[in-house]
Design a protein around this ligand. Structure first.
Ligand code: DX5
Ligand code: ZN
Length: 229
């Protein structure tokens, strides 16, 4: 039995796909779905060509939910945002490998704020840069689209990266989660689970269904079956 089969599968709805005219109600709707994390996409208009929301919105939502707040920083200078998001109520913060040299100190800073650390990698970036950081992260986030927008198509070539992250985890005896983000619907989620992913971030793939709770349950069922393949 591979490690993936005994690990619990986490479903993380992305608030980016929610109705922005009522983020509070949407957060409370997500609370009732049985999801594991609430994924919060932070875009700065530099690292990605889009802008989403900042710490003030996260702070306003925090009292409405007991879910793990998973903050995905698609930002060129995340260093200036770590404390504000920690204070706003983030439980975990993910930065991008593409930032280069500052990654090591950013990981340390997130940890020193008492938060869980995620490290994300974009589709065109080589996996080799990830390896030196693996012992210091709680999750590896394999981007399965180029970040910046919801509703894009899953890039199938990223499946081999999931396999690589899972092989390293086994070989090194580590326990980081393997998350996927972008174009995650039931079918693509099941393929990712079969490749070794255990955490499924999904915006459109969940919110396109009127019954969000049923959509979360359906995705969970598919990834549990996918992991057992
Ligand atoms: C993309 C974001 C994702 C986004 C996914 O840049 O990081 O979290 O919300 O959206 P879907 O699931 O619609 O591809
Ligand atoms: Zn994201």
């Amino acid at each position: 039995m591979s490690d993936a089969t005994i690990r619990s599968m986490f479903i993380a709805p992305s608030l980016l796909a929610a109705n922005f005219t009522r983020l509070g109600e949407e957060t409370m709707r997500i609370n009732r779905t049985g999801a594991d994390w609430l994924h919060l996409d932070i875009m700065d208009g530099h690292f990605v060509p889009n802008i989403s929301f900042g710490p003030a919105v996260v702070k306003a939502l925090r009292p409405l939910s007991k879910l793990i707040f998973d903050v995905h920083l698609m930002c060129a200078k995340p260093g200036i945002l770590l404390e504000p998001f920690a204070q706003a109520g983030a439980d975990r913060m993910t930065i991008h490998l593409e930032l280069g040299a500052p990654v090591g100190s950013l990981i340390w800073k997130i940890r020193s704020l008492g938060k869980q650390v995620g490290l994300a990698i974009n589709p065109p970036t080589s996996m080799s840069g990830l390896e030196p950081h693996l012992e210091r992260v709680d999750s590896v986030l394999i981007m399965t689209v180029n970040p910046g927008f919801g509703g894009q198509e899953f890039i199938t070539e990223c499946l081999t990266k999931i396999q690589q992250a899972a092989a390293w985890r086994d070989k090194l005896g580590l326990r980081y989660r393997i998350a996927v983000d972008g174009g995650i619907h039931c079918n693509t989620a099941a393929s990712c689970a079969a490749a070794g992913a255990d955490t499924f971030i999904s915006g459109t793939g969940l919110f396109e269904h009127k019954n969000l709770k049923a959509a979360v349950a359906r995705m969970r069922k598919r990834v549990e079956a996918g992991a057992a393949e």
